[in-house]
Design a protein around this ligand. Structure first.
Ligand code: GLC
Ligand code: CA
Length: 541
């Protein structure tokens, strides 16, 4: 236990397999595609590769609805391909992490199909209940996290089942010990294939203490949440999994924990998970759901969130992007400062305390779609938001903005490797999500050839981080340098660094160190001011 875990000194790269690299020209990314890019990832400095789900799935939520936990989706390849991926990654000193989605299974999973028979042992694998009003209305007033109904009626057994996401993602009943046994067996199965760990999908929602009504209106997508977020029973289950499975492996287990506070995170990372993904910093800017109101980006507020989490003893999973969040330059910054923002966020990501998670394409400054035909969107969340907005008295433009804000197709835009057909993602004429001619210069080849590129900045900062004890260490001390300016010392043994990040879109005047600057995103600097989005990593003597 005393040995420092691997993940504390290394960097994770998230792959969304469907959108990463297509090896056989069907327009869908796959495992062989990933294998073909391992050299690129190694050269970048990625150590741990987390794959979004690659299991068989009806793709209602593109892999987050699993119909077989111990197999590979044929769209992505075979189990042999997966074994080859693990082996090829290992040759390059890289490890593979799987996505574990066990709040729910697909409605096409054999367990769920059999569960409709009330006499089957699988009935109790799910959360069934009689409805109200003579079984005509759902058992309670909960709303799904995806803003739709949370219950669906099954005529075969004359009961309703709970789903916190789509009706094709049926919530497992974690009060049933057999469910825990199944999950333990899934974990061991993948450990035996040589995987290093797991990213656990919405793992703080699995235990439903009660099925009583929730507070709030229909527009509250967490209505009912007080009965299932961060419950005591949830902690007990994770403690069991830690004891019975995780503790027997050299592993990294990171939990996705929406709607969690710092106190929740502290609890989850004590004898349960190694790290959690929290979401507070994603909410600036956002469309608040009730009423539909845009809350613009607030640099000072953003900064305070980072400081609060970083000053705690919790080891963070540090991330800005993933397959559910808008691209960070569009979300937190401005395209006018594309390159500066790309480097600023790289610096934030790689110098804070914790394990950094880079999302595919983030390292080349990929952006959201400019002109996206929302009527063709592939994301179920966008569909739900559309439906909710439909009857509301908002302008067409406002509705489009809101839908676009929630539509997760943006960040799933196929990865761009070169300037050829489909930017090297696929040779197909039809890719699963559109490839656009917007910003054609944003691609790996181009970035590799430009010494000043975002990609080359990532590479050198990652190289630096590997040999910097200060950046990998636990100590961080914040200092005040002005509104919306995040500044901190990172210090260990004989090394001391000062990091200054102007998160604002405007100039900040003050007094800023300008000697021994190791990393920066403007070629001209002075002591008197910071340019918009300027960043500096300074060696302190
Ligand atoms: C998590 C995943 C998201 C998925 C949802 C339901 O939030 O990251 O992509 O839709 O869980 O599984
Ligand atoms: Ca393919």
């Amino acid at each position: 236990m005393s040995e420092r875990p691997y993940y504390k000194d290394h960097v994770v790269y998230q792959i969304y397999p469907r959108s990463f690299c297509d090896s056989n020209g069907d327009g869908i990314g796959d495992l062989k595609g990933i294998i073909s890019k391992l050299d690129y990832l190694q050269d970048l400095g990625a150590d741990i590769l987390w794959l979004s789900p690659v299991y068989p799935s009806p793709n209602v939520d593109f892999g987050y609805d699993i119909s077989d936990y111990k197999a590979i989706n044929p769209e992505y390849g075979t189990m042999e391909d997966f074994e080859e991926l693990v082996a090829e990654a290992r040759k390059r000193g890289m490890k593979i992490v799987m996505d574990l989605v066990v709040n729910h299974t697909s409605s096409k999973h054999p367990w769920f199909i059999q569960s409709k028979d009330r006499n089957s042992k699988y009935h109790d694998y799910y959360i069934y209940a009689k409805g109200r009003k003579n079984n005509k209305k759902p058992p309670n007033n909960w709303v799904s996290n995806f803003m739709s109904e949370a219950w669906t009626y099954v005529p075969e057994c004359e009961e309703w089942y709970l789903h916190l996401f789509t009706e094709d993602q049926c919530d497992l009943n974690w009060k049933n010990p057999l469910v825990l046994q199944e999950v333990e067996s899934i974990l061991e199965f993948w450990y035996s294939k040589g995987v290093y760990g797991f990213r656990c999908d919405v793992i703080n929602e699995i235990y439903k203490t009660s099925l009583a009504d929730g507070k709030g209106t229909r527009l509250n997508r967490y209505r009912g949440g007080e009965h299932y977020f961060n419950q005591e029973g949830n902690h007990k289950i994770l403690q069991k999994l830690r004891k019975e499975v995780f503790s027997k492996h050299d592993t990294m287990v990171v939990g996705e924990c929406p709607n969690s506070t710092l106190d929740d995170a502290r609890k989850f990372t004590t004898e349960e998970l190694d790290m959690v993904f929290a979401f507070e910093h994603q909410d600036s800017p956002t469309y608040k759901l009730r009423p539909w109101k845009f809350r613009p980006f607030d640099a000072e507020r953003w900064k305070r969130i980072f400081i609060r989490w970083q000053e705690s003893s919790v080891w963070n999973a540090v991330y800005l992007e993933n397959h559910d969040q808008l691209r960070s330059i569009d979300h937190f910054g401005e395209r006018e400062y594309w390159k500066e923002c790309g480097k600023l966020y790289a610096t934030l990501l790689l110098t804070l305390k914790g394990t950094p998670f880079i999302f595919e394409g983030e390292e080349i400054g990929m952006l959201d779609y400019d002109h996206y035909d929302l009527s063709k969107s592939r994301d179920i969340v966008a569909d739900n938001v559309k439906r909710i907005l439909d009857p509301l008295p908002l302008t067409k433009k406002t509705k489009e903005n809101i839908i676009s804000h929630y539509c997760r197709d943006h960040e799933r835009m196929p990865m761009r490797f070169d300037s050829g057909k489909n930017y090297g993602f696929s040779s197909s004429d039809q890719t699963w999500l559109p490839v656009t001619d917007e910003h054609p210069d944003i691609n790996v080849r181009n970035e590799e050839n430009d010494p000043e590129s975002i990609l080359n900045y990532y590479k050198s900062l990652l190289r630096f981080r590997k040999q910097s004890q200060a950046l990998r260490g636990e100590r961080i001390t914040f200092i005040e340098k002005g509104k919306g300016v995040l500044a901190y010392y990172r210090e260990e043994e004989n090394e001391k660094l000062l990091i200054i990040l102007n998160l604002n879109n405007h100039i900040v005047n003050g007094n800023f160190e300008n000697e021994s600057v190791l990393f920066f995103n403007y070629s001209e600097r002075d002591e008197m001011h910071l340019e918009p989005y300027e960043c500096r990593v300074i060696k302190v003597n």
